[in-house]
Design a binder for this molecule. Structure first.
Ligand SMILES: Nc1ncnc2c1ncn2[C@@H]1O[C@H](COP(=O)(O)O)[C@@H](OP(=O)(O)O)[C@H]1O
Ligand SMILES: [Mg+2]
Length: 246
């Protein structure tokens, strides 16, 4: 039963299905605010963990909303999940929130799916188109205050800062071609960026830590505080700017 679905198909169906659950939770204006965020996190997590237990009982799982499944230190295959990224935006009623599903092997993302349920979009690493088209001169940042590093590179490269909620929604804005870069410093966890980075890499974008090194996942402590996702056309200028301050 479990072997019939490929990893890529399973990741995509989980991102899609959890998104539908989250849309249901938001429908009808029956809940609001923090209550909406809390129930969204909990119900999406419950469904995803049950699906993974049924379809991939031997894999380890790292999720924002639950204790680890399996022993991540020895597991080769580890799913890294954020059942609801952009919880505050979800609760506030905007469209910039996402479901992140990544499968990692030896620290590298090998399959990934990011759904943006409120816009009906599903991005899959196995099918995503290469990002091309004209540069936009835009850089996406948090709605809740960017970092010094973000402002510095925006200024240095002449990019307009555009606030967007959720790491997944920001990364998919670059994948879609609506922005040229997403630069983050100052804290995040692996579940916030593993699936977005997996999709962005598959779309041919540059993804690295701010020092230019490769992003490696499934660390003992799942803190992944800094990274850049950008168009390859501005990669060299971006890394040169970051080198001045990082
Ligand atoms: N300094 C920080 N430390 C820890 N997590 C952070 C962070 N800045 C952003 N994040 C997390 O990254 C995601 C995107 O944030 P933002 O939209 O502000 O860029 C959010 O995930 P969650 O919504 O899953 O909690 C947020 O909690
Ligand atoms: Mg998150």
């Amino acid at each position: 039963m479990s072997s019939r679905l490929s990893d890529a198909e399973l990741a995509a169906r989980i991102a899609q299905g959890a998104g539908e659950i989250l849309l249901g939770i938001r429908s009808g204006d029956l809940l609001g605010g923090g209550m909406l965020g809390d129930v969204g996190d909990a119900l999406a997590q419950a469904w995803i963990s049950t699906v993974l237990r049924r379809h991939r009982p031997n894999d380890a799982v790292l999720s924002e909303e639950a204790a680890d499944v399996g022993d991540r230190a020895t597991a080769e295959r580890v799913w890294i999940i954020d059942p609801l990224d952009g919880t505050r935006e979800f609760a506030n009623g905007t469209a910039d929130w996402a479901v992140h599903v990544a499968l990692t092997e030896n620290g590298r993302v090998i399959e990934a799916a990011v759904s943006l349920p409120a816009t009906g979009e599903l991005f899959r690493a196995d099918t995503v188109a290469e990002t091309d088209g004209p540069l936009t001169r835009r850089l996406v940042t948090s709605r809740w205050g960017g970092s010094y590093e973000t402002s510095f590179v925006a200024n240095r490269l002449g990019l307009q800062m555009v606030p967007v909620g959720s790491a997944g929604a920001k990364a998919m804005a670059v994948v879609r071609g609506d922005a040229d870069a997403y630069v983050h410093a100052g804290g995040q966890y692996e579940w916030d960026n593993a699936a977005p980075v997996g999709v962005a890499l598959a779309a041919g974008l540059h993804c690295s830590r701010l020092d230019g090194s490769e992003i490696v996942y499934n660390n003992r402590h799942p803190y992944m505080p800094d990274f850049v996702i950008c168009r390859s056309e501005i990669r060299d200028d971006m890394l040169a700017a970051l080198q001045q301050i990082w």
